[in-house]
Write a protein that binds this ligand. Structure first.
Ligand code: NAD
Length: 250
């Protein structure tokens, strides 16, 4: 069993920080050439340099996952540089934290457009390349909040739940093109977006409710990512790999 990705081309959306940066570094460390995508290409320069210094290959592109034209341009530039995609990590995502009664239609659109429609748009564009190439692997980054709920995150929960069903529907339709589609459902993972909260008292209290009694770190997702990206997961499609320190058991 091997996680060797030599010769594969992988795209990671939202690669400028947090989990996306880690996913890109992990894929590159296992031999994949990685397309780093973010709205501001300048934010990807350090990561591209780090991957290059470690002996890997990275190519940065601007991409807004809510904008079909930007996705088309980015995928075409990436294919020109590294060739068509074998692996997509649909990672870009946002959350709006508000009570349900204060959530606006604009909040709803922003979250759903990024977390659900964005994954649909990028996956469709990537799958067209993978179909031509003879196969591929799409990995959707959902959340335990795709099935569990907590307060203040109604639109986020809806988007991540929708993504789990989109994951299954895409898996069913794309199998005939040798494209596997799976999701990762992370629990609470420490990234720039939430580290301040988890240092606060309510955050510390929340950590105590995780059966493993600690926050996840981005590297805790390496195993799930490599399993789904590589031939080690060859017989997996439509699956969801939960990585949450036992949170969803409570
Ligand atoms: P983050 O905010 O650090 O990173 C999100 C990335 O997405 C950023 O680089 C951001 O610029 C990018 N992004 C946002 N909107 C975009 C758009 N329209 N186009 C392109 N890029 C866009 O968050 P993170 O914690 O690294 O989360 C990454 C993914 O993992 C998200 O989908 C998130 O919902 C999911 N997730 C995170 C956790 C966690 O605890 N950190 C848990 C479960 C799921």
């Amino acid at each position: 069993m091997s996680f060797d990705l030599t010769g594969k081309v992988a795209l990671v959306t939202g690669a400028s920080q947090g989990l996306g940066s880690r996913f890109a570094e992990t894929l590159a460390a296992h031999g994949a050439s990685v397309v780093l995508a973010a709205r501001q290409k300048a934010k990807l320069e350090n990561l591209a340099a780090t991957i290059g210094e470690a002996g890997g290959t990275a190519f940065a592109v601007s991409m807004d996952v809510t904008d079909p034209a930007s996705i088309r341009e980015a995928l075409s530039a990436a294919a020109g540089e590294l060739g068509p995609l074998d692996i997509l990590v649909n990672n870009a995502g946002i959350a709006v934290q508000k009570p349900f009664l204060e959530m606006t239609p604009e909040d709803y659109d922003q979250v759903l457009d990024t977390n659900l429609k964005g994954c649909f748009l990028v996956a469709q564009a990537a799958a067209l390349q993978m179909k031509e190439k003879g196969g591929g692997s799409i990995i959707n980054i959902s959340s335990i909040l795709g099935t569990e709920v907590i307060g203040m995150l109604s639109t986020y929960c809806a988007s991540k739940g929708g993504l789990l069903q989109l994951n299954r529907a895409m898996a069913l339709e794309l199998t005939r093109f040798n494209i596997r589609v799976n999701a990762i459902a992370p629990g609470y993972i420490e990234t720039p977006i939430n580290s301040e909260f988890f240092q606060s008292q309510p955050g510390q209290q929340m950590i105590r409710t995780i059966p493993q009694r600690r926050l996840g770190q981005p590297h805790d997702l390496d195993g799930a990512l490599l399993l789904l990206a590589s031939d080690a997961g060859a017989y997996m499609t439509g699956s969801v790999v939960t990585v949450d320190g036992g949170f969803s058991l409570r």
